[in-house]
Design a binder for this molecule. Structure first.
Ligand code: 5GP
Ligand code: ZN
Length: 119
């Protein structure tokens, strides 16, 4: 069924607690944890508890959860005090754009100057 946990998915395992992560926030629909290879002083991933491979498929099936993820990003930015200098939220989509984990996740990056375009 759409959204069901996938046995071979790393982020489903983090949701289930069978792979450890440094969780910073959790809601009924989302988990947020620190990226294992941070690209900025704050680098948190916000994921849906449901398994969808990317942001667009999540949005098509569960649009309210996309809103939950974005709301959580704002709360994390406030908690980490990165909102006053600006921060970035990114859904890499597809291998060509750098997506390596095919369970939708929002990167929340801040705490340093961020260039645009990112390259
Ligand atoms: P993507 O490249 O798919 O947009 O982002 C995947 C992110 O997951 C990367 O930034 C990578 O560092 C992070 N990541 C990969 N494996 C793990 C892990 O086991 N734990 C945590 N916390 N992050 C991970
Ligand atoms: Zn998954």
């Amino acid at each position: 069924m759409a959204g069901e946990p996938q046995a071979d998915c790393l982020f489903c395992k983090i949701v289930a607690g069978s792979v450890p992560a440094t969780v910073v926030r959790e809601t009924e629909t989302t988990v947020a944890f620190r990226d294992i290879n941070p690209q900025a002083p704050t680098h948190v991933l916000v994921i849906p508890k449901l398994h969808y491979p990317d942001a667009a498929s999540l949005a098509a099936a569960e649009p309210a959860v996309v809103a939950d993820i974005l709301r959580e990003a704002g709360r994390i930015a406030a908690d980490e005090k990165i909102d006053d200098h600006g921060y970035r939220v990114v859904f890499n989509t597809g291998a060509g754009a750098g997506q390596t984990v095919f369970h939708a996740h929002l990167h929340v990056l801040g705490g340093r100057g961020l260039q645009w375009p990112p390259g």
